[in-house]
Write a protein that binds this ligand. Structure first.
Ligand code: ATP
Ligand code: MG
Length: 547
């Protein structure tokens, strides 16, 4: 007879049966069950630890090291089943950040100051140190080292009841220390880079020239402060660093008067050509004159970008213009004394004159030579870049006497003209430069002679009007066309009519007259009728001026 043995599984430990299992179902022995139970428990533990490790990684990746330290300490203590510990961070060997759990901050600060403490020993020896703390209680310090130079950048401090950590715990602690070291290093490098970047930008901003740095890719440009001041951008954010994208650097092209030339120049640079010579540009309809040059920026032969430097040369150009204008003004003034020297010497050579007249002519020649020498000094001064108007000496001067003294010189300048000088009673004294006043009357009377080619009378009159003296120079010459009247005192302006075209000149005489009059607080005006003559009126105050 066949014995039937019926299998009855125990109620409590009913084996789990996979419905879809392709394997034959086997019952499990108690030891297996225990083992599985153990495995499941281990697995849960591993999972738990993995979760903590992941959280550690996450904290390090997403937060700054300082703010991550708190999370790190909590996770580490959980991983190794401890309740008390700390993380200390150091910057330049000084404690810079501290987080604690289950230990007082002050306790660690004191330990940090004590050279025999577990902290200091780990710091100096650059290796883990363990010391007994109390009965069945130990403290350990594990240095956190920089992966690049091995320097200690932090210490992990732990309080624990066992003398030794197991292998897994040691692994976890060392792992955290390594990761912390790497993260600290990464942050340090990042900060250093940021610092360097800011330093570079500050350097660029401190340059007075406008600088535009364009990366080789053309995607990013950097405009320094001088450039932003020169061409204030509209849409651009002015945060530090790359200030705006290349496409948006339009404010430059908008204001430059030669956008095509600038565009070509930048295009050339972007193609890797660095034109040797500078390019002259202007902006804001000629109000800003610029000189631009470019430099290629390459590091270890790798092209990074190029720098366009724009220099504001408006003042320089203005100065150049002023200097050349001054030179032409001075050379204009050189001609007048030269011609009177020539006239008087010719006269002396041709005629035999009596003693007093000869002496008078020689004196005039002498004073005109002195004027010439003074003018030459002025030219030399201007070449040195100095302001000539500064050296002018003003003193109390009798204009009536001055005009009378100059009269023979004018009489001699033309035999066709009659020079009449008529001063009403009064005191014609004022504070003035003798040299400049001579220039003023010479220019006006020589014009009167020059612009009355048919001769006639030239009258120099003077009368007082309160404390003002009014002087007029009147001729019977060609006159000035009405439309030219407002411009005759402008530099290089000459009235355009057939007579003036025949009469030579540069158009500077009256501009010089106006400058002299302004410099003496006076006024100058003209009245004229074409074909009839012109009258120039000067007005000066007789009151003393401090100058
Ligand atoms: P220069 O620099 O040699 O003096 P210029 O005589 O032409 O040259 P200004 O003395 O500044 O220059 O005079 C400017 C213009 O004013 C002259 O070109 C002339 O057309 C006109 N002008 C000046 N004075 C007279 C005058 N007395 N009569 C008629 N036209 C005059
Ligand atoms: Mg003139």
């Amino acid at each position: 007879m066949k014995k039937i043995v019926r299998y009855r599984p125990e109620k409590k430990t009913r084996p789990y049966r996979l419905k879809t299992s392709p394997f034959p179902v086997k019952t499990l022995q108690t030891t297996d069950r225990q083992r599985i139970g153990q495995l499941t428990q281990d697995l849960a533990e591993v999972e738990h630890k993995l979760k903590h490790r992941n959280e550690i990684m996450e904290a390090l990746a997403t937060q700054s090291v300082e703010s991550a330290c708190e999370t790190l300490l909590v996770k580490l203590l959980k991983l190794i089943n401890l309740e008390a510990g700390a993380i200390l961070l150091y910057r330049r060997e000084q404690l810079s950040h501290l987080v604690t759990q289950g230990v007082e901050d002050i306790e660690l600060i004191e330990k940090d100051l004590d050279q025999y403490s577990v902290l200091r020993r780990a710091f100096v020896m650059r290796k883990s140190v363990q010391l007994p703390l109390a009965e069945m209680m130990y403290e350990s310090a594990i240095p956190v080292q920089s992966p690049s130079n091995g320097g200690v950048v932090g210490v992990i401090y732990l309080k624990h009841p066992f003398e030794q950590f197991n292998l897994e715990q040691v692994g976890d602690i060392l792992d955290l220390s390594r990761k912390l070291g790497m993260t600290l290093e990464r942050h340090l490098l990042f900060h250093q880079m940021e610092h360097e970047k800011i330093k570079t930008y500050q350097l660029l901003d401190s340059i007075r020239e406008a600088v535009l740095y364009i990366e080789s890719s053309g995607e990013q440009i950097y405009a320094n402060q001088a450039l932003l001041n020169m061409f204030p951008p509209k849409l651009v954010s002015q945060s530090q660093g790359f200030r705006h994208a290349y496409e948006r650097a339009t404010s430059l092209f908008e204001h430059v008067d030669q956008p095509d030339a600038l565009h070509d120049y930048i295009g050339q640079l972007m193609n890797g050509e660095i034109p040797g010579e500078t390019i002259e540009l202007s902006a804001f309809r000629g109000n800003l004159l610029l000189s631009a040059y470019a430099e290629r920026i390459a590091i270890a032969n790798v092209e990074w970008g190029m720098m366009l430097v724009l220099r504001d040369v408006t003042k320089e150009k203005e100065l150049d213009l002023k200097q050349s204008e001054f030179v032409s003004i001075v050379s204009h003034e050189l001609r007048t004394p030269l011609s009177s020297i020539m006239g008087f010497t010719e006269l002396l050579m041709r005629r035999s004159l009596d003693g007093p007249r000869q002496k008078k002519y020689l004196e005039t020649i002498h004073s005109e030579t002195v004027r010439l020498a003074e003018l030459i000094d002025d030219i030399l001064e201007i070449q040195k870049g100095e302001d000539v108007s500064q050296g002018i000496v003003k003193k109390r001067l009798d204009l009536k006497r001055l005009v009378y003294e100059m009269r023979p010189m004018f009489e001699l300048a033309s035999s066709k003209h009659r020079i009449r000088v008529l001063f009403e009673a009064g005191d014609y004294q004022m504070t003035a430069s003798e040299e400049k006043m001579k220039q003023l009357f010479t220019n006006l009377i020589m014009n009167a002679i020059k612009y009355s080619p048919d001769g006639g009378t030239i009258q120099v009159r003077g009368h007082m009007k309160g404390s003002q003296m009014v002087l007029t120079i009147e001729d019977e010459g060609i006159g000035i066309p009405e439309k030219a009247l407002p411009f005759v005192f402008d530099k290089f302006y000459r009235a355009d009519n057939s007579d003036t075209r025949k009469i030579g000149g540069t158009g500077l005489g009256l501009a010089i007259c106006r400058m002299i009059v302004m410099d003496h607080g006076g006024s100058i005006a003209v009245q004229s009728e074409e074909g009839k003559g012109s009258t120039f009126t000067l007005q000066f105050s007789t009151e003393m001026t401090e100058d």
